[in-house]
Design a protein. Structure first.
Length: 209
């Protein structure tokens, strides 16, 4: 049974992430203990709310450094929702930029859409070779709640670095998920996406060694 730590830095959806990962067979601990975070098979980083607030919470427990260390060691990390956003170099909310973890290049920005937040079920177009979406039928819907994301024009450097990017659209295309080596993330909430989300989490769990 794979051991997964859900990083506890004050984010609001920790227990739902824990339950979803347990559903697909993981042994889960919710903690910010550095030894547990570094030693586990996989680290999940959920996030809800504002980019800057999540980064402040991460820094308060040293989470940004723990994520960086795991990636240096090639150990899997999965970001969820704002937990995906904070993996990028920066985020801009209400015109104010904030530094992110910098694991990926790019800036998270407000979507150019008539209705925000983008809330509800939406399809995701995954590229060939995606590990997260393996065996998941095209047209499958996942649950989103967000107003900010990595927009298409800002994803060029991420794609050039070799990341696989899955796309969704709300007013404009945006990165719904990304995968590169040990790092993977989803803008949507797999823990709120029913059987589809469970299949995706099972795919991620299956990659852990």
């Amino acid at each position: 049974m794979k051991k997964v730590v859900v990083l506890d830095y004050g984010s609001g959806n920790l227990r739902s992430a824990q339950r979803a990962l347990e559903r697909v067979g993981a042994r889960v601990e919710v903690t910010a203990d550095p030894d547990a975070v570094l030693d586990c098979d996989g680290l999940a980083v959920p996030g809800v709310g504002a980019f800057a607030a999540c980064m402040a919470g991460l820094r308060a427990v040293g989470g940004d450094k723990m994520i960086a260390r795991r990636l240096e060691l090639g150990r899997p990390v999965l970001g969820i929702c704002v937990g995906m956003q904070v993996l990028f170099a920066a985020g801009v909310e209400h015109g104010v930029p904030s530094d992110g973890c910098g694991a990926w290049p790019g800036t998270v920005e407000r979507l150019d859409a008539g209705v925000l937040p983008h809330m509800g079920w939406n399809t995701v177009a995954a590229p060939p070779g995606s590990m997260l979406f393996a065996g998941i039928a095209p047209g499958t819907r996942f649950y989103f709640v967000h107003s900010y994301a990595l927009r298409s024009p800002g994803a060029e450097r991420l794609a050039a670095a070799g990341a696989l990017i899955s796309w969704a659209e709300h007013g404009e295309p945006f990165a719904a998920a990304a995968e590169q080596g040990a790092l993977a993330a989803t803008q949507f909430h797999p823990e709120k996406s029913g059987d589809a989300g469970a299949a995706l989490l099972a795919n991620w769990l299956g990659t852990l060694s």
